[in-house]
Design a protein around this ligand. Structure first.
Ligand code: UT7
Length: 334
């Protein structure tokens, strides 16, 4: 089938923790206001995993994939590779992917995690598409799952990040298809480690960049220069849309859906304004879930598919940016 293989998304699902972290709850924990958060970010509430009781990234990932397999109408034993995008692995090893494969009863298939922060799911589906088109794999499970709230300081010191992030997971099942036009038609993966200092989680004093002052209270917690990340995101989102459209030889109005990482509604608005993208082509669900890191894109995708908005034959552009710094796109023909 080499060169003649298409890739189809045959199932999607999401799994969110029950625990809610509303703006009102944040008002109790730190100096902030519902009005400020809504105006600056578009977020009303987020979900928070119960880590103390074992609700880790692998639990969210397993449940998301379990549901996606049901929707795809296939058994876990039909998966021949499992890839998980995450930056909040339960522990350094085993990987989330190995735990998910065990919990779902997969065969002894390859299973690994990929860390590109909020761009993780986008990187991972692009890799999965290439693995299927190589002819080596037929059915790949791809998950984006993070429990970032375990790394948030819910006090005034951490309020810049605390208002943004939530926990969640989304999963997709990809399968080889005999129609070679289906699957990824263009993509870009970018990274610039020089920007790592703007968004990082230090484990020890050595992890602090030279310009940041060491403070023990910051260990294991998200450190973010919100304004720097905001500027980077607005610029790179626009650049990567333009370069992907150029590579594919199409215009923005030929894309049916822009499935974007949900980080701040103002960043999404800037992309819509720049390319004249109508609201119905760029779903914003950040008000419900906040920024769920690698979970964000597959959660949006599942919502669109569940609502019957994405139809066969349509073009869908996935877009993300995040820590690293990383950013990229993946344009798909459904
Ligand atoms: O996946 C990537 C993840 N990260 C991002 O996408 C982050 C992108 N950046 C952002 O979304 C925005 O920068 C934030 C939402 C984090 C912050 O919004 P901003 O408009 O850039 O605010 P700012 O940092 O410029 O702060 C403006 C004011 C400051 O007060 P003064 O100095 O003007 O008096 C802050 O101290 O707002 C204050 N402030 C807050 N007030 C209430 C900062 N955080 C808060 C807060 N509640 N949580």
């Amino acid at each position: 089938m080499g060169g003649q293989i298409g890739v189809e998304i045959i199932g999607t699902a999401m799994h969110l923790p029950e625990g809610k972290l509303t703006n009102q709850k944040l008002e109790e924990l730190m100096t902030t206001s519902d009005e400020w958060i809504v105006k600056r970010t578009g977020i009303n509430t987020r979900r928070q995993a119960d880590i103390a009781n074992g609700e880790t990234a692998s639990v969210l990932a397993t449940e998301a994939m379990r549901k996606a397999l049901v929707k795809a109408n296939i058994d876990a034993k039909e998966l021949d590779l499992l890839l998980v995008a995450t930056m909040t692995c339960d522990s350094p090893t085993p990987s989330v992917a190995c735990v998910v494969a065990r919990e779902l009863g997969c065969n002894d298939i390859g299973a690994m995690d990929i860390n590109a922060a909020c761009s993780g799911f986008l990187y991972t589906i692009s890799i999965a598409d290439a693995m299927i088109k190589s002819g080596s794999y037929k059915t790949i499970g791809v998950i984006g799952a993070d429990t970032i709230t375990r790394h948030i300081d819910y006090s005034d010191y951490g309020r810049g990040a605390a208002i943004l992030f939530g926990d969640g997971a989304g999963a997709v099942v990809l399968q080889a298809n005999e129609d070679p036009s289906k699957g990824m038609i263009a993509h870009k993966m970018h990274a610039d480690g020089n920007g790592a200092k703007h968004l990082f989680i230090p484990s020890c004093q050595l992890d602090f960049p030279p310009e940041a002052e060491f403070d023990e209270r910051k260990l294991d917690k998200v450190q973010m220069n919100g304004q720097a990340v905001f500027k980077f995101a607005v610029t790179k989102f626009q650049e990567v849309i333009a370069e992907t459209l150029e590579d594919a030889g199409i215009s923005a109005d030929e894309v049916d859906h822009f499935v974007c990482h949900q980080a701040n509604s103002r960043i999404l608005d800037s992309a819509r304004d720049r390319f004249g993208i109508p609201e119905e082509k760029l779903l914003v669900n950040i008000h419900k879930y906040g920024n769920t890191v690698a979970g964000s894109i597959p959660i949006v995708l599942d919502e669109l598919i569940e609502d019957g908005k994405i139809k066969p034959g349509q073009k869908v552009m996935f877009l993300a940016f995040g820590a690293g710094l990383t950013w990229g796109s993946s344009l798909w023909q459904f």
